[in-house]
Design a protein around this ligand. Structure first.
Ligand code: FES
Length: 143
């Protein structure tokens, strides 16, 4: 049995069932399982961290070229809602101009996720606030 099987003996199907039972949509669960934009970005142009009131922490790494977000990664020390929200936010802003990314709000992320438990809505806020803080720090350093 490998490490993954020991930590998660029921596999992805078990995680899907558990999160669906907690009120996550299939789409939100897929964001959480696939973790497409999770990790580090070598030679990022901006890296910014933020800790939410719940104690969870996110970090956003941005690669920016001529005002466009060429690539983005989140690192998340947090719950499934935090991971799903971060992945949705990254998907939404990759390839977009900085102004469009700055205009992304909690509702945009909620619409992409389709459904997450009510008590997890602050996880969306943390993903959006961390993104905005990252963009602000990038632009402040250049103004
Ligand atoms: Fe902290 Fe989800 S519980 S971000």
């Amino acid at each position: 049995m490998n490490k993954e099987e020991i930590i998660n003996p029921a596999g992805d199907a078990g995680i899907r069932d558990m999160l669906a039972g907690s009120g996550y949509s299939d789409k939100a669960i897929s964001y959480f399982i696939e973790k497409t934009y999770m990790g580090d970005l070598p030679q990022a142009d901006q890296e910014t961290e933020m800790t939410g009131t719940c104690g969870d922490t996110m970090k956003v790494c941005l690669k920016i070229n001529k005002n466009i977000i060429e690539d983005i990664r989140y690192q998340v020390l947090g719950c499934p809602g935090a991971v799903a929200s971060a992945m949705a936010a990254a998907e939404l802003v990759k390839g977009k101009p900085l102004e469009d990314a700055r205009a992304v709000n909690d509702n945009d992320i909620f619409n992409l996720l389709e459904e997450i438990p009510d008590k997890k809505h602050h996880c969306i806020q943390l993903a959006v606030k961390t993104l905005h803080k990252t963009l602000d720090e990038y632009q402040n350093a250049r103004s």
